[in-house]
Ligand binder design. Structure first.
Ligand code: NAD
Ligand code: TYD
Length: 351
């Protein structure tokens, strides 16, 4: 019998790359994409998969306990890859409850549904929870997050993700639910909603608008190309050990200011502008409240145990990303036409 894999949040940035990889690589699986299609969910991300016989979409909200129970009863998934979440730190600062609802309550609804369905047969079952390195808090100038680093979340977003990680582990220990968790660093690549730093900057550079840099731009993030994250998810889903956690990172640290300078250079070249033209758009604005200083991941466990490594150097990844955004103007215009203008002025006017 064909295995059914339920992927939540498959219409979002990372989820759409995971769905594509699974549908194309595993014709023997039925891939069910469950997504509420919030502002961040976009079925246009998956247009190329619509006709695939092993792909189906169901619109549902993970905070809706009854709807989730019915999806599990109807489709009887053998595996869950859970990505659905509110994912933007700035939004979590202005509306924390939305993050508690989707990220905590939504995750518990999925855990309960999986627990009920797999109660008497756990063979080959797996609940895979996708999380973030932000649960570990903020690093100083040195050191890396390992799987043993104590949790120290500091934003409503990271606190909600940390809480959901704890729930997943609690369901494993208390109810014997087969689970695996991964915590990944910042992703970049095609299809990322332009509220996040890299696509926001690409869009602003394209339109010669100011590029807002929080504080002095000295905060450090470890950037990973989204397809490398999706490949790691595939590996961990199939080969990760029950109850384990795996960290995923790019070994690719940048201060925000250096990253944006590099992006300006790539954009000037791609748009045929004079070198140095876009860097003039950089504008320092009021810092994010509680802005974590540095994230950096030690992926040693994943690399040695499952033989994973990132496939792309950053230079190549950022050029591919810029190229995608410039070629997919329609995608960008569509996502920008929603309530993006309101969001942008709330976040950045008077900053
Ligand atoms: P995203 O915001 O682009 O997409 C989230 C998706 O989840 C959207 O399609 C949205 O419609 C859906 N969703 C949100 N709330 C929902 C709900 N209540 N019910 C059903 N669907 C809902 O996010 P992303 O950047 O693709 O992140 C995906 C996952 O990976 C998240 O769990 C996030 O915490 C984690 N993560 C992201 C990064 C990153 O750099 N983006 C890094 C590490 C981990
Ligand atoms: P972001 O893409 O929001 O990811 P996260 O906060 O989850 O790491 O932001 C990446 C970094 O860029 C973070 O240090 C905040 C900073 N930033 C800016 O300087 N300006 C911006 O307009 C945005 C959205 C982020």
């Amino acid at each position: 019998m064909k295995k059914t894999i339920l992927i939540t949040g498959g219409a979002g940035f990372i989820g759409s790359h995971v769905v594509r990889l699974m549908v194309n690589k595993y014709p023997g699986y039925r891939i069910l994409n469950l997504d509420a299609l919030t502002y961040a969910g976009n079925l246009e991300n998956l247009k190329d998969l619509e006709e695939k016989p092993n792909y189906a979409f169901v619109k549902a909200d993970i905070t809706d306990e009854k709807a989730i129970r019915e999806v599990f009863e109807k489709h009887k998934p053998d595996g869950v890859i859970h990505l659905a979440a509110e994912s933007h730190v700035d939004r979590s600062i202005s509306d924390p409850l939305a993050f508690i609802r989707s990220n905590v309550v939504g995750t518990v609804n999925l855990l309960n549904a999986a627990r009920n369905l797999w109660e008497n047969d756990k063979e080959g079952k797996c609940f895979y929870h996708i999380s973030t390195d932000e649960v570990y808090g903020s690093l100083g100038a040195t050191g890396l997050f390992t799987e043993e680093t104590a949790y120290d979340p500091r934003s409503p977003y990271s606190a909600s993700k940390a809480s959901s990680d704890h729930m997943v582990r609690a369901w494993h220990h208390t109810y014997n639910l087969p689970v695996v968790i991964s915590n990944c660093s910042n992703n970049y690549g095609p299809n990322q909603f332009p509220e996040k730093l890299i696509p926001l900057a690409i869009n602003n550079i394209k339109h010669k608008k100011d590029i807002p840099i929080y504080g002095k731009g000295e905060n450090v993030r470890d950037w990973l190309f989204v397809e490398d994250h999706a490949a790691a998810i595939d590996l961990i889903f199939h080969k990760g050990r029950n109850g384990e956690t795996y960290n995923i990172g790019g070994n690719n640290e940048w201060t925000n200011i250096d990253l944006i300078r590099k992006l300006c250079e790539v954009m000037d070249k791609a748009l045929g502008r004079e070198p140095g033209e876009s860097v003039k758009l950089i504008t320092f604005v009021k810092d994010r409240a509680g802005h974590d200083k540095r994230y950096a991941i030690d992926s040693g466990k994943l690399m040695t145990e499952l033989d994973w490594k990132p496939s792309l150097q950053f230079e190549e990844g950022i050029e591919k990303t810029v190229d995608w955004y410039l070629k997919n103007e329609g995608w960008l215009e569509n996502v920008l036409s929603g309530d993006y203008a309101n969001y942008y002025s709330q976040q950045y006017d008077n900053r």
